[in-house]
Design a protein around this ligand. Structure first.
Ligand code: FE2
Length: 361
């Protein structure tokens, strides 16, 4: 490899770092590590394994492996090449399996489809969290020391990032628990909305999956569904729990809850993306909602999703002033509101989900 090629390779490792900066799912990130490894050292066979809570190694991402092999492979620490790498914390590099003393006596040599492979530990401080395996392919029979060095750079960067994803997710989980506790307090205040946020999260996630949203956006929509009414914490009980008809003044007060929610959520950095979904969850598709009278695609998609499931849940729950509507009647109302209050596409998807789950016949 000449210096120009080396520079190109290093640049692609650097670019990999930038490109993957926003990825928050371990699966997605691991897949980019595997893809980057293959493209950097010209292979088409690689896997990234992580340890699970039972101290087993499993394949979280791979290239060139069958689905069956990927799903079924589980190794104990110390078992197989990857298991040995985790146990020792040292890489195993086989330049040529046919001349390598460690494999000469093994009758399993034929089992190895490649002649050369690198198995490198993913280490954070002194802890091994997984292994990156790369096998040579037909195009390039043997790896050399330079390949090993490049893969080491990638593996070190990947290990650090995987650990960060874990830390970030833990921090998120902590915030989320706090917020769920807050939301629980609101749900508890108004017994009629009990369980509302949990159901909203479930349906929001299902809709997001149906429209193939990226994992991060799906998560945000789920969070927004849980927290959309958090601003009600700032509405006095005398208004929030009033059983009689609200005066126009009281309607004004209750209509502040999206803005109050927005002000609570937007300063929390990892939740700032969902603040607009909370602010606009009472907007109408035809522009007749509040607080700003946004219409159609001006309303964030997450807010349009919440509007549908929020209305459905309200209609199918008992209220002080009326009994719950049947699922069939609630769906009828949603269909009638499609294009007016609700985004018709979201109503369609939601109705499909209710049918698939046999909630609606
Ligand atoms: Fe609301």
């Amino acid at each position: 490899m000449d210096i120009d090629n080396l520079l190109v390779t290093l640049a692609s490792i650097h670019e990999f770092g930038i490109k993957t900066n926003e990825i928050l799912s371990k699966e997605e990130f691991s897949q980019s590590v595997v893809d980057a490894a293959c493209s950097i050292i010209h292979s088409d066979l690689s896997s990234l394994m992580l340890t699970n809570e039972n101290d087993e190694l499993y394949i979280i991402a791979s290239k060139g492996l069958s689905k069956k092999l990927r799903e079924e492979t589980k190794l104990k620490i110390g078992e197989g090449v990857a298991g040995r790498v985790v146990a020792s914390g040292e890489y195993i590099f086989v330049e040529n399996i046919e001349t390598d003393a460690r494999f000469l006596k093994s009758s399993h040599v034929e089992k190895y489809i490649s002649k050369s492979f690198i198995s490198i530990p993913l280490k954070v401080k002194n802890k091994v969290i997984g292994v990156l395996n790369i096998n040579s392919s037909k195009n390039k029979k043997y790896f050399d020391d330079r390949d090993l060095k490049l893969i080491t750079i990638l593996a070190d960067q990947a290990a650090m990032r995987l650990e960060n994803i874990d830390m970030f997710n833990n921090l998120q989980a902590f915030y989320l628990e706090m917020i769920q506790a807050l939301v629980g307090a609101i749900d508890a205040k108004d017994s009629y909305t009990h369980g509302h946020s949990t159901r909203a999260k479930k349906y929001a996630g299902e809709i997001a999956t149906k429209i193939s949203m990226p994992q991060t956006i799906k998560k945000n929509i789920e969070y927004a569904a849980i927290m959309h009414d958090i601003g009600k914490i700032g509405v006095p009980d005398s208004v929030l729990l009033k059983k009689d008809k609200l005066t126009s003044e009281e309607v004004k007060v209750i209509r502040q809850h999206p803005s109050i929610g927005y002000n609570i959520i937007s300063p929390i950095r990892f939740l700032s993306a969902i603040a607009p979904m909370i602010l606009y969850h009472h907007e109408w598709y035809n522009g007749a909602g509040y607080p700003e009278g946004l219409a159609k695609e001006e309303i964030p998609l997450g807010a349009r999703i919440i509007a549908v499931i929020d209305a459905y849940d309200a209609m199918t729950s008992d209220r002080p002033y009326r009994k719950a509507l049947s699922v069939k009647d609630a769906v009828e109302q949603l269909k009638q509101g499609a294009g007016k209050q609700f985004d018709p596409k979201i109503v369609d998807i939601f109705v499909k989900i209710l049918k698939e789950e046999k909630i609606l016949n």
